[in-house]
Design a binder for this molecule. Sequence first.
Ligand code: ASP
Ligand code: CP
Length: 327
Amino acid sequence: MVLEKSAQNIYLPFGDHQGTRFYKQDILSVNQFSQEDLIYIFGVAHEMREMVARVGTFDLLKGKILANLFYEPSTRTSSSFTAAMERLGGSLIPINEVKYSSVSKGESLPDTIRTLECYVDVIVLRHPEVGASALAAKYAKKPIINAGDGVGEHPTQALLDLYTIFEELGDPNGKTVTMLGDLKYGRTVHSLSRLLSLFDVKLNYVSPPILRMPSEIIAEINEKNIPQNETENFDEILPETDVLYVTRVQKERFEDQKDYESIKGSYVIDPDIMKKAKEKMIVMHPLPRVGEISMEFDDDPRAAYFRQMEYGLYVRMALLALVLGKA
Ligand code: ASP
Ligand code: CP
């Protein structure tokens, strides 16, 4: 696909994509998106960013209600969906701690979903089991947005990650992206690597041996002829890296905490190590961080992780507007 290159129009593909694209659709996996879809979503996110800067809050989703249903902890995803809905003039039912809901009485996910959809227009779901959002979508008539399903996927995070790359470095084509840390349990890298495989990128995976990228994801990406390189030698690939995507070791997913203790702190990004990196590159992290990026690096212009969180607001505003048919 050819993209218009002018600064104001970096997301506008040639062709007509108006109308009801994504209306009533579930957002379950990044595999549902084409490159054209991404450019379209980012175009809407870009407009959301301008509107927030200009007016703060507006009435695009007035009268619409979102349910935030979180079976796992969250700061960014839950609060950015809340902020997104409120900035669009809509309102929210927050179920951020399911233990105070009827889930603790043994209510099943399908029944909880069927209950909430009586009251709301869209449901954002985070759940510890892979496939939970797909299951919810099977029972729901209203759109389900996957906000993380165990070690499966985190598609809205990957969208905001890719939007960050576009905003900070431009078109990802030709870029080298290095993913570092827990590639086994980290759902954000599962989604992001798949999404990036729509572009002409090189992917490096750096992890302790027990936390390697799952072989089925590597095989899936291989089919798209994307160069992938697995290594433990971070120093070797840091100098060629355009995007360094750091992840937290997912302590809560380990069956044996001794394994966690044996590899925690394997890689730490600090100003010293970053002397070996390019001057024009970015360091990203889905957050929360627990020591894998030192706070001394935060003031470096290459540290993009706080800006990344803000981009998440605009992408989630865009998604809500799209699935509710208002963009
Ligand atoms: N917040 C991200 C997630 O929920 C990353 C993490 O928790 O480490 O997947
Ligand atoms: N990045 C992310 O999903 O953060 P939370 O777990 O705080 O939602």
